[in-house]
Design a protein. Structure first.
Length: 72
């Protein structure tokens, strides 16, 4: 999965445009970072990567970049 695809997953999950996101952004500072966004990301990772992270795993990430690195 390339960087653009990762950003698209995150952007869709928090109802933002990919251009509005950067790797340095803190997830908790995103307006729509909530339980629905976490579940959406879990589902996307599961579908695309065949892994099923827990909500705890996702909530442990601090930045958009941290989450993107997990998707490698």
């Amino acid at each position: 999965m390339n960087e653009k695809e990762k950003l698209e997953i995150i952007a869709e999950s928090v109802e933002m445009e990919t251009e509005e996101l950067s790797k340095e952004m803190v997830l908790e500072d995103l307006e729509n970072w909530d339980s629905v966004a976490v579940l959406t990301i879990i589902a996307a990772i599961s579908d695309r990567l065949g892994r099923y992270p827990s909500a705890q795993d996702i909530l442990a990430f601090r930045t958009v970049g941290d989450l993107m690195n997990y998707m490698d």
